[in-house]
Design a protein around this ligand. Structure first.
Ligand SMILES: *Cc1c(COP(=O)(O)O)cnc(C)c1O
Length: 369
């Protein structure tokens, strides 16, 4: 049972959709698929423009940094992925400043406001909606609103790799929202997507940057249902299959609702058996538990109960474990993982097993508690 917060399991109907013969990307057949996929992405994102890139999520992060920073970037670093925005700036010699916090701590809107008031060069802000390193939800929409009230020309770029497809995002004040194929979209890795505002498109077209990740070139091509370079045809076919499936089975709203219920039920179940939730503001993409027993618990889960969950990275590598809620997770999977954790805690002598985790999870999921 794969319950890591990315990669997530690829459903069988998606694998089947991708198993057909390879289509040439410069054909009316593929352009039709591309157009239909774009339409579905417009529905998913609710933004003015959308581009698909043949790369992992980090490629889209790079494209946004290079195409949307004309003067100076502000990067929000509460974990590995926020840190990556700064590393990209460094790699391209782009001037940047950073607001850094511990991995369980969301950025303060006031700190962002202070920073942009004191540094008029900042023309783009980079932040995660969900910082997957600790399962943290940043107050992105609130921050974006405050920034736009001060200076509407500052671009707000949100990495939504573990947020798009997890929850409804208010994109009113966002200029770019990034996602990748292998998390909430349940596809194999290799496709990145960026939703863009009209303001972002204008800024990109004003000063085209780069070659492979030149977004001005991509936008121009993708508006005509083709791509600048060879499209990731197979993954786009898979993307169309998963988005159509979600639409035909209750729609995106139902997916967000199911994910929210599962995330809350899991948090409550684990709190009830004495687990400590790591992030101060947990995102619904995953549940992150802080415990020095994380490696032992993960090992028992994997060897005895056939559940694969993630650990941490860097300084909290052995201090957290993370359970995925993204995508089409079955109720019995959500139920099994909390059972397995309670059993592992019993085996480690941390708490006597009495079925509390399962009871609390089921009450939350099915009894409306
Ligand atoms: C997984 C992830 C990424 C990195 O994406 P890659 O596909 O590994 O390049 C970036 N940001 C967040 C928040 C992620 O969860």
């Amino acid at each position: 049972m794969l319950l890591t917060p990315g990669p997530t399991p690829v459903p069988e109907f998606v694998r089947k959709a991708m198993a057909d013969v390879t289509i040439h990307h410069r054909t009316p057949e593929f352009e039709k698929i591309f157009e239909e996929t774009r339409e579905l992405l417009f529905e998913l994102y609710g933004m003015d423009e959308v581009v698909m890139l043949a790369s992992s999520g980090s490629g889209a992060m790079e494209a946004c940094v290079t195409n949307l920073t004309h003067k100076k970037a502000l990067t929000i670093n509460s974990g590995k992925f926020g840190d990556r925005f700064g590393k990209i700036c460094k790699a391209f010699d782009i001037d940047y400043t950073e607001i850094k916090n511990e991995w369980n701590t969301p950025v303060s809107v006031d700190a962002v406001v202070e920073t942009i008031k004191n540094d008029k060069d900042i023309d783009a802000i980079f932040i995660q909606l969900c910082e997957s390193a600790g399962g943290l939800r940043h107050p992105v929409e609130e921050m974006a609103k405050a920034v736009k009230e001060i200076n509407p020309n500052i671009s707000i770029v949100a990495d939504g790799i573990t947020a798009i497809g997890v929850e409804k995002i208010d994109v009113t004040n966002l200029d770019a929202v990034i996602t990748g194929s292998q998390k909430a979209l349940m596809l194999p890795p290799g496709l990145a997507i960026i939703g863009l505002s009209n303001n972002a498109v204008a800024k990109i077209e004003e000063k085209p940057r780069g070659f492979y990740f030149n977004l001005a070139t991509e936008i121009k091509k993708q508006k005509t249902n083709t791509t600048a370079w060879t499209a990731a045809t197979t993954l786009i076919i898979g993307l169309k299959a998963i988005l159509s499936h979600i639409k035909e089975n209750g729609g995106f709203e139902k997916l967000y609702e199911d994910t929210a219920i599962r995330a809350k039920a899991t948090r409550e179940a684990l709190k009830a058996i004495g687990c400590e939730i790591y992030p101060k503001t947990p995102a619904n993409a995953m549940t992150t538990i802080y415990t020095e027993n994380a490696p032992a618990i993960r090992k028992i889960l994997k060897t005895k109960y056939n559940v694969n969950i993630a650990g941490g990275q860097d300084h909290i590598k052995t201090l957290i474990f993370r359970i995925n809620h993204m995508g089409l997770v079955e109720d019995f999977e959500a139920s099994w993982v909390v059972n397995a954790i309670e059993l592992a805690m019993d085996e480690l002598g941390l708490r006597t097993f009495d079925g509390t985790a399962s009871r609390v999870l089921l009450e939350n999921m099915f009894k409306g508690n």
